[in-house]
Design a protein around this ligand. Structure first.
Ligand code: PMP
Length: 460
């Protein structure tokens, strides 16, 4: 009887505490809105990690007072901060985004106009003929069944062998999961590593999928900004500054989309040291690894907690096949494969056979890469004649250039598309880079030449 009376009392107390939390949460949202408009007026960035750090310190002190582990409260703090940030962002929409460029391009093309596509990261060469033949043969032979959620053993083995050979590593097939594209590999890797309220470190400018995925998992994306003036090299001490108990992952992408930057070997080694010291996983997106125009340090041979993401989309021109993979410890691979099986059962069998054939086509890959390197040299020499600044790409197939401060980059992208029929991607899609624009040089030289000529008309 005593206990049930006490239960009633405690329930009323907990309900009261919950009401107070919700009321405080609503008041906090109103304050966050006010902060958003003040920051906009003062032209201040949305993220303020110093303020976050101070708050985290106060959270730890409060938890200590109650004898509680601060981890859960710090996760709650991340959720509250993410909430404020999304409120601030909703009133901060850029004029033009990769999506609006895509939609406007489609509208123009529906009117019969021919647009020069320097916005998409899709090589113009198709898959090697042997890949197409192998796919057709697989279909004809009835290889159209469910497979293991890990991928067919032949492909896992071939990936382990080829990637070990190319990157001087010793990968075993049970460390490989075949996925429907690199993007899915990334989503699976992050889903298996993060839980709500955790944080992940992203080095910007970056492919927007990282931030979107981290945030959609209810986690906080903490960003290290890199600058053109520093050659896009990240300052590793800034990465370490952002680590706390909630941090689980550092995402790196070298060569990088959108800058084409390959991180210096010593930078990668310092990132590994920070990750090891704080027991973090490195998610290394190596989608553009083959497109390296100078020495590149791969994470594959490294014995640290890592997940390496790869894709057949870029180096084999197989974007529409939707075939990728991830490489990690066998234990982690098993956990991620379980999630993969629950989500999509397995990757289509003929597509996996196409991947197997692709791994026999490194001669073609080498030709594609050589062609892209030539285009890289061509486009950099063309762009040098325009009033733009950039660092020559070390890899990938993008140039991230800066317009001079008198030109509004969003308006430039918009006008170039509407009036001159050249599509580019605004820099704001890759982080806080409103003066920048990404150009993808996946097109033949004559289109690149024509694209730059039309840019010149608008800029000079
Ligand atoms: N990583 C990066 C950095 C990318 O730019 C892309 C595609 N744009 C991918 C991964 C994934 O490509 P896919 O899903 O086609 O394999």
């Amino acid at each position: 009887m005593e206990s049930s009376k006490r239960l009633k009392e405690v329930r009323e107390q907990i309900a009261e505490k919950t009401r107070v939390i919700i009321e405080t949460f609503c008041q906090r949202a109103l304050l966050a809105n006010e902060i958003a408009s003040l920051k906009r007026k003062l032209n201040l960035p949305i993220d303020d990690y110093l303020v976050e750090k101070k708050l985290a310190e106060q959270v730890r002190t409060i938890c200590l007072k109650f004898g509680l582990d601060p981890n859960k409260a710090l996760k709650l703090l991340n959720l509250l901060i993410s909430e404020s940030i999304s409120l601030q962002k909703s009133s901060h929409n850029p004029l033009i985004t990769p999506t609006t460029v895509f939609e406007e391009t489609r509208r123009l093309e529906e009117r019969g106009l021919k647009v020069i596509h320097l916005e998409v990261g899709e090589p113009d060469f198709g898959p090697p003929q042997r890949v197409v033949d192998a796919t057709v043969k697989a279909l004809k032979e009835g290889r159209t069944h469910y497979t293991s959620q890990y991928g067919i053993p032949e492909l896992r083995r071939a990936l382990a062998d080829k990637m070990s050979e190319r990157w001087n590593a010793s990968i075993r097939s049970n460390e490989i999961l075949v996925t429907p594209g690199g993007r899915t590999a990334l989503v699976l890797a992050l889903s298996a590593t993060l839980t709500q309220g955790d944080s992940a470190i992203i080095i910007e400018p970056a492919w927007p999928a990282y931030r979107k995925c981290v945030e959609s998992l209810g986690c906080r994306a903490r960003v290290v900004h890199t600058q053109l003036e520093d050659g896009w090299e990240p300052d590793v001490s800034k990465i370490e500054d952002l680590v706390d108990e909630t941090t689980k992952v550092i995402i790196i992408n070298s060569p990088c989309n959108p800058t084409g930057k390959i991180f210096a070997g010593k930078t990668v080694k310092s990132i590994i040291d920070v990750a090891t010291k704080h027991k973090l996983t490195i998610l290394s997106d190596e989608a553009y690894a083959e497109f390296s125009y100078r020495d590149r340090y791969s994470l594959l041979p490294e014995d640290c907690a890592k997940i390496v993401v790869g894709t057949f989309s870029k180096a084999w021109g197989m974007t529409g096949f939707r075939l990728g993979y991830l490489i990690t410890s066998s234990q982690r691979c098993t956990a991620i494969a379980e999630l993969a099986g629950d989500l999509y059962t397995s990757v289509p069998e003929p597509i996996q056979i196409a991947g197997l054939a692709a791994l026999e086509c490194f001669d073609e890959v080498d030709l594609y890469v050589a062609q892209m390197k030539k285009r890289c040299e061509f486009i950099t020499s063309m762009l040098k004649s325009l009033p733009v600044e950039f660092k020559e790409p070390d890899g990938a197939f993008y140039i991230f250039f800066k317009l001079n401060s008198e030109v509004n980059a969003d308006a430039f992208v918009e006008q170039l598309l509407r009036k001159h029929l050249v599509a580019l991607t605004p820099g704001s899609g890759f982080g806080n880079y409103p003066q920048f624009v990404r150009l993808s040089f996946c097109r033949p030289e004559q289109e690149l030449r024509e694209g730059v000529a039309r840019m010149r008309e608008l800029l000079l």
